[in-house]
Structures are given as structure tokens and as C-alpha cells.
Design a protein around this ligand. Structure first.
Ligand code: UQ1
Length: 457
């Protein structure tokens, strides 16, 4: 069991071994020295940077195990958004106010919330400096910052998004998501273009979900014959997992959606309703397309504060962790969860859910001076909403092998999966995941499998 034992010298020695030289040099005073030192050290036993999906889940699990005020969460935002709802908001199926809670209400009461931004990581000294002038010293660090949206990287895009009567929109930001449904409502004819950028992004299914929802919207409104739906993706394929890609290709054909691969949005000229794309198969070759509605998925990266700390990140700026244990490859007292980790899984809330018990157990092992042994298999899930009442539930691992929970073919569009995505998942998220009780559907899958409900494995 990973229960924490009372502090002893041997435990400290074990911990120092497990953390190489990255644990604070005075670490053993935590257990042996005065109460004043104890209090200071306990406040920062675990520092979680980021109060999003992964950060909240980790703070809940760890503060519940370690006790009050051992876990600090560094997060500047007032609101916590349930981002998986954003495509539904874009399609007018949910309202923005249904997608958020106050940060104070989702962070665990046993953790201390520092409502500031991380300014600089110093992993050699086990500190993070903050926008409020603090230097927070930690014994263990969990990086859960997620990804930042780099709308500014595409010339003309921010101006277009900030112009209320432009026909440019994006579900990815709470600032812009409401405008998506407005664009849908006023588009009667012409090209509705949907983009996917030339970099890793969170929820890689979302750019096509909003295209499918839009296609259904225009059909429902009797406008479909006058609107072309064009999905321009930088990727060479529609979806990385063959099982689902085949189903999606059939859907695209059946619903007369134009799919252009290796097309990257490089400029928006909103006054002329022109989008400029680069053909990635012929670098440097640009072409213009006129739109009556343009839905943009922005380029993304880890936040600058993470990407700038070269000691912590890979050359592409992700936190350099072992893909199985999610422990940092150089700093053994550092872990990452969620979108900012370098693990090559599809970045979704479901992936963070499956990672959360692994990071929890491995952090607890490190605290106890043991090597991390729990392993993340790369599980991720993407409920690909294909309209106002249907969804394909894609679930897969690092090998891009389907790992399906339910005893039915999940590559088929189903109302049951749509209902789960729209109505059940938000409840599961707020009630279970935010309290550290949801570890992904692995247990459910095992139960179905033991009951022999399962399909061929
Ligand atoms: C999931 O675990 C999860 O994390 C909370 C989601 O994000 C909201 C999901 O959308 C899905 C589908 C899962 C996987 C859960 C099941 C029951 C298959």
C-alpha cells in the first residue's frame, strides 16, 4: 500500500535516494526539526502548477491522502472550465454558463490555493517563482498547466475573432465559443470552412466534431444544399486510429463533406472573407479560399513559462516525462499530467483521468522513497459528436489500438454515446473527477470483460 508512514530517518534516506539530488537539501529537517520548519515545509510538500482537469484531480487525490495544507495549487484563474462542453456550446446544445464553476469550488479544501501565475521554474533549486513575488519551494512538483492557445500566430486571426460581425469563430476559447453558434445561424450559403493546425493540439477530435455538428445544423435548417462543408486539416489523415478513421471516412462521404488533407491555415483576411492556406505537400505553395463561415482551431503550445524552462522540456516544449510513469526524465521529484506532458497520447480530459491514478501512485511512491512502478498505457478517449443526436466513442492507447469500454462496436454512430457525452460526462466530471474519484473507465471495461460481454479482444 502507498500509505504514508510516520517520518523516520530511513524513510528520509530512501526519499533522498529516490529523488537523486533534486530534493531540497534540508529535506530531512521536515521530519526531525522544529514545528516552524515543519509547517513551512509541509505547505509545499507537493506543488501542483495548474488548476485545470489534471491539476484539480491531483490536488484532490494528494490532499486527501497527505492531509491539510501539504498541497499547494498555483492557479491564477477565477473560473474552471469544463472544456469538453465547448463543441456542444458551439452547436447551440449547451450554454457557456453551464461549462464553468468557480475555481474556489473545484479546488479541494485541504489544498492551499495560491491565486497567482507561475513566472519561472527552477528545478535545480526546487522552486517556482510567482507573479505575486513569492518563491514557492516544493519537495515534489506536478506540472499540469495544459496548453495555451496561440491565436496570434496566424496573421489577421485575432482581429477577425474580435470583430463581432466577422464570420470567423473558434470553439476552443471561452472568449470566442459563443460566436460559433452565431456564425452558424447567419450562414445561408457559400463555404463553411473548418481548420486543423500544423501542431499537436488538445482534443484533436474537436475540429471535426464542430464540422459534423454544423453540417447537421445546416441540414436541419434546410440550408444544406447551399452550404459547402470543407474540412481542411494539416494532418495526412482524418483520424490516427484506423478503426475510427474508416468509419469517419464513410461518414464524410455520405454527408458530402469535402476533406482536404495537409492544408494549414496561414492567414485570415476577414474584411474580404478570405482564408489563406499552405499546401503542406508543396511547402511554400499558398492558395486562397473564400468563406461565409470560418471555424479556426488555433496553433497551441505549452505555456511560455513551461516552454522557456529548457531544463524541464523536450525540444518541442512539452514537459519531458517518461511516457509510462509520467515522472520527469531528469528531475525525479517532478511529474506531469495532462496536455503539457510529452507522453505521446491524444490530449483529452479522458487521458488526464487515466493518468491521474498513475501520477498519484508514483508521487506517493517517490514520497515513500520508492521507485515509481505504476504505468500509464496511453489511454485516451474522444467522443466524436457527429450531429445533434449521435456520437462515435473513440477509445485507444499508445499503440493506436482501440480499447473500448462498452460491449458494442463504438465506431458506429449512436445516440447512447451522444447521451453519455452530453448529459452524463459533465456530472461525472464535476462530481467524481474534480474530487479525485474518477480514474478513467478501465475498471468498467474490466467488469464488462469479466462478465463476458466483451467483443473480440
Ligand atoms: C472520460 O474518462 C472522460 O474524462 C472525464 C471524458 O472527458 C469528459 C470523456 O469524454 C470520456 C468519454 C471518458 C471515458 C469514459 C467512459 C465511460 C468511456
Amino acid at each position: 500500500m502507498n500509505r504514508r508512514l510516520p517520518g523516520t530517518i530511513s524513510q528520509c534516506q530512501k526519499l533522498l535516494l529516490a529523488t537523486h539530488n533534486h530534493a531540497p537539501t534540508a529535506f530531512s529537517t521536515r521530519f526531525l526539526s522544529t514545528s516552524r520548519v515543519n509547517r513551512e515545509r509541509q505547505e509545499c510538500q507537493v506543488l501542483v502548477v495548474g488548476g485545470g482537469t489534471g491539476g484539480c484531480a491531483m490536488a484532490a487525490k494528494l490532499s486527501s491522502r497527505l492531509g491539510s495544507d501539504k498541497v499547494v495549487v498555483l492557479e491564477p484563474e477565477d473560473k474552471h472550465y469544463y472544456q469538453p462542453m465547448f463543441t456542444l456550446i458551439g452547436g447551440g446544445m449547451k450554454r457557456l454558463d453551464q461549462s464553468h464553476r468557480q475555481m474556489a469550488d473545484v479546488l479541494p479544501t485541504k489544498a492551499k490555493w495560491v491565486k497567482e501565475k507561475a513566472l519561472e521554474f527552477d528545478p535545480d533549486n526546487n522552486t517556482v517563482s510567482t507573479s505575486g513575488g513569492k518563491t514557492i519551494k516544493y519537495d515534489f512538483l506536478i506540472i499540469a498547466t495544459g496548453l495555451q492557445l496561440n491565436y496570434g500566430k496566424i496573421p489577421g486571426l485575432v482581429e477577425a475573432l474580435e470583430t463581432p460581425d466577422s464570420n470567423v469563430c473558434s470553439i476552443y476559447s471561452p472568449k470566442y465559443v459563443d460566436h460559433v453558434y452565431e456564425c452558424l445561424r447567419r450562414t445561408n450559403k457559400g463555404n463553411a470552412i473548418f481548420t486543423f493546425p500544423n501542431c499537436p493540439i488538445k482534443c484533436a477530435g474537436a475540429p471535426q466534431k464542430i464540422a459534423y455538428i454544423s453540417e447537421h445544423y445546416f441540414r436541419k435548417m434546410g440550408r444544406r444544399d447551399n452550404v459547402n462543408i470543407i474540412y481542411n486539416t494539416s494532418l495526412p489523415v482524418i483520424f490516427g486510429v484506423k478503426h475510427y478513421a474508416e468509419a469517419l471516412m464513410k461518414l464524410i462521404k455520405r454527408r458530402n463533406i469535402t476533406l482536404n488533407v495537409q492544408r494549414n491555415l496561414v492567414e485570415v483576411r476577414h474584411k474580404d472573407n478570405i482564408a489563406v492556406f499552405e499546401d503542406l505537400a508543396k511547402p511554400g505553395v499558398h492558395y486562397e479560399e473564400t468563406y461565409s463561415m470560418l471555424h479556426v482551431t488555433p496553433p497551441m503550445s505549452t505555456p511560455d513559462v513551461v516552454a522557456n524552462c529548457k531544463k524541464l522540456v523536450t525540444p518541442t516544449g512539452f514537459v519531458d516525462v517518461d511516457q509510462l510513469t509520467l515522472q520527469h526524465n531528469k528531475y525525479s521529484n517532478v511529474f506531469a499530467i495532462g496536455d503539457s506532458a510529452s507522453s505521446p497520447n491524444s490530449k483529452t480530459a479522458a487521458a488526464a483521468a487515466a493518468q491521474s491514478p498513475v501520477v498519484f501512485k508514483n508521487v506517493m511512491a517517490a514520497i515513500e522513497g520508492k521507485a515509481p512502478t505504476d504505468i500509464y498505457d496511453g489511454y485516451s478517449s474522444c467522443p466524436i459528436v457527429t450531429g445533434y443526436s449521435s456520437c462515435i466513442l473513440a477509445e485507444f492507447d499508445y499503440n493506436l489500438t482501440p480499447v473500448e469500454t462498452f460491449p458494442l462496436d463504438q465506431s458506429k454512430e449512436r445516440y447512447s454515446m451522444f447521451f453519455m457525452k452530453k448529459e452524463l460526462m459533465p456530472v461525472l466530471y464535476w462530481k467524481l473527477m474534480m474530487n479525485g474519484y474518477w480514474n478513467g473507465p478501465a475498471l468498467m471495461r474490466k467488469i464488462f470483460s469479466v462478465l463476458k460481454f466483451n467483443k473480440k479482444q
